[in-house]
Design a protein around this ligand. Structure first.
Ligand SMILES: Nc1ncnc2c1ncn2[C@@H]1O[C@H](COP(=O)(O)OP(=O)(O)OP(=O)(O)O)[C@@H](O)[C@H]1O
Ligand SMILES: [Mg+2]
Length: 323
């Protein structure tokens, strides 16, 4: 297997001062020293509470936002060293679908024009783009008569299918899906997830799927990456991480999610205390320490480095749980 997305010590800090002449500089460490990779054909789910840095990480991978440290390699190409030609290829190879179906599409354009647009931008001749628009609509199992529709004439689930169709138009290798089903009701969510799974299998795609819904992640992904305030606290195979979480935060997250799997219902629950802290000007030590009941003095002094606790399973904690 080869890594389609490889993050090495990735960092994205936002710096801003309180006023124009203020010397009070603030730093938001939205993504802080994160390393993991997504192998070819794999589905990795990225979870974490609101504000933990998931979208920021995705934006850096999509080169919509510049990293402030570390490296991102996409299919072996280092983003920082990519030539224009490399970037052009990367933009074809990586597609994105956002949460809000409406924001994925232009309200004044027909479905056909919306799907054709990225192809036209990449120099695909109009006739070919039109043909492909019909084909990708077939792939997301929508009738071609919707090509002439406008977004306001469609339901949330249909809009999300079209957003996925548009993402497929340039035959990408990688799809980044940022909360692709959060705005949909549960029955439609399941249809979209199944569609994504079918497409992944048929086309051997690689997915990085972001959500705060653990049941979605457990259903769809091969591996889970858990973020907490800009840090990757745990990464590993889905079953391992879901059933034997090693980080107290992961366990807290798993226990907070409604349990759909009957095998896990009897398990003792870990209830997390307090709010997720602030990302601004954080001190030393583990970011989860203020909420962690296992935290000792070392956790408040030093940041735990990720350690390997199983095959492809890493945890950044001085006191990994024995579950
Ligand atoms: N352009 C920016 N300038 C300054 N701070 C930013 C910027 N973009 C994001 N942030 C901050 O980075 C942190 C992470 O935000 P991000 O949107 O990545 O979180 P998230 O995990 O995607 O949350 P959600 O689940 O709510 O979508 C937040 O504290 C946010 O305020
Ligand atoms: Mg987000």
């Amino acid at each position: 297997m080869s890594a389609m997305i490889q993050l090495n010590h990735l960092q994205k800090h936002f710096k801003f001062s309180k006023g124009l002449i203020s010397t009070d500089k603030r730093v938001v460490k939205a993504v802080d020293d994160i390393s993991f990779s997504v192998e070819k054909g794999e589905i990795v789910g990225l979870v974490g509470e609101s504000g933990s840095g998931k979208t920021t990480l995705a934006r850096v991978v999509l080169s919509l936002s510049k990293m402030t440290g570390g490296d991102v390699l996409i299919d072996g190409v280092d983003l920082a060293k990519a030539t224009r030609k490399d970037m052009d290829k990367l933009h074809r190879d990586i597609a994105v679908v956002f949460q809000d179906p409406a924001s994925n599409l232009n309200p004044r354009q027909t479905v056909e024009s919306s799907i054709m647009r990225p192809m036209i931008i990449h120099g695909v001749p109009r006739a070919e783009a039109r043909k492909k628009a019909g084909e990708v609509l077939d792939m997301v199992k929508m009738d071609r008569r919707y090509l002439d529709s406008y977004p306001h004439q469609l339901s949330g689930g249909q809009l999300q299918r079209i957003a996925i169709a548009r993402a497929l138009a340039l035959s990408p290798k990688i799809m980044i899906l940022d909360e692709p089903t959060s705005a949909l009701d549960v029955s439609v969510q399941a249809q979209i997830l199944n569609l994504l799974l079918d497409l992944q299998e048929e086309m051997g795609l690689t997915y990085l799927i972001i959500t705060h819904d653990l049941n979605v992640i457990k259903y769809i992904s091969d591996k889970i990456a858990v973020m907490y305030l800009g840090k990757l606290v745990e990464f590993g195979p889905t079953e391992e991480v879901a059933e034997h979480p090693k980080h107290p935060y992961t366990k807290g997250l798993m226990d907070a999610a409604p349990i759909l799997d009957p095998r896990l219902r009897g398990r003792k629950k870990e209830i997390m205390q307090g709010d997720a802290g602030s990302l601004i000007n954080m001190g030393a030590g583990c970011r989860f320490a203020p909420r962690c009941r296992y935290a000792g003095p070392e956790c408040r002094e030093r940041d735990p480095e990720p350690v390997t606790v199983g095959e492809d399973h890493q945890v950044a904690c001085f006191h990994p749980l024995e579950i």
